[in-house]
Design a protein around this ligand. Sequence first.
Ligand SMILES: [Zn+2]
Length: 268
Amino acid sequence: MYLISCLMISFLSIGWGIQDQPPTRESAKIPLTQSVAAGIYQSYLSGHKILTQEENPNVNAVNRISGRLIAAVKKYYQTGRKSKELEGFHWECHLILEKKEDAWCLPGGKMVVYSSLLNLTQSDAALAVVLAHEIAHILLQHGDARMQSYLRDFLYEKNLKSALSAKKRETLDFFRMAYGNGDYVGVIRGFSPKDEQEADELGAIFCGLAGYHPKEAIVFWERMSSLRGTSRQPILISTHPIDPERIPKLRLVMDQIVRTYYTSSELK
Ligand SMILES: [Zn+2]
């Protein structure tokens, strides 16, 4: 009986459902990570063409979608009484003239969307899926974990601070690789299957709260999966690999995410 009770308790506490609390971050290293990210973002922007609405009509869509997602993230953290986790975030998103089909988000909420990605997403909801997924990776600290392993395995340093003072240039290169803003695909590992599943789930929650149907994530990643191995394979699925478990795992939690978080934007 005791064993059954224990099993019941662990079943109830683990459940089969979604993670319904905003992730908590390891706060000690955050300010330095965010300030390094802000520097990398500024230097990236100064070396690339930021598109204006006059130059590309998609700028409005990128602003609208990123704005709704940022509001959704803040609402999610506020509801979970974890707004403190977003301290130091100064959200920013730009559309950049770039032939690759990709987007990224750095610690502190600095995002870019490459102009060619819009050819691939083709709708507001699909672009929301990609951006929400990128934001989720940051809030889940997946890049931080990768940076820790690069520090240990390649730079032989214990932390970001000591690596920056000993080997600044190499450290910044690895930082870009860890957070997906470097041109290193093929050299670096994509995110792990577990990271992808977590980012899919949290990203779908953000989409729902922003008024985009979370099921669009399944539609979009299935479409991306069908491009694998073809000449149309986008860089996005090299950095965010789709293993056979990924979409089925998202399906398992989708109904619960829709029920809990989605309100059609028409109703707002
Ligand atoms: Zn991913």
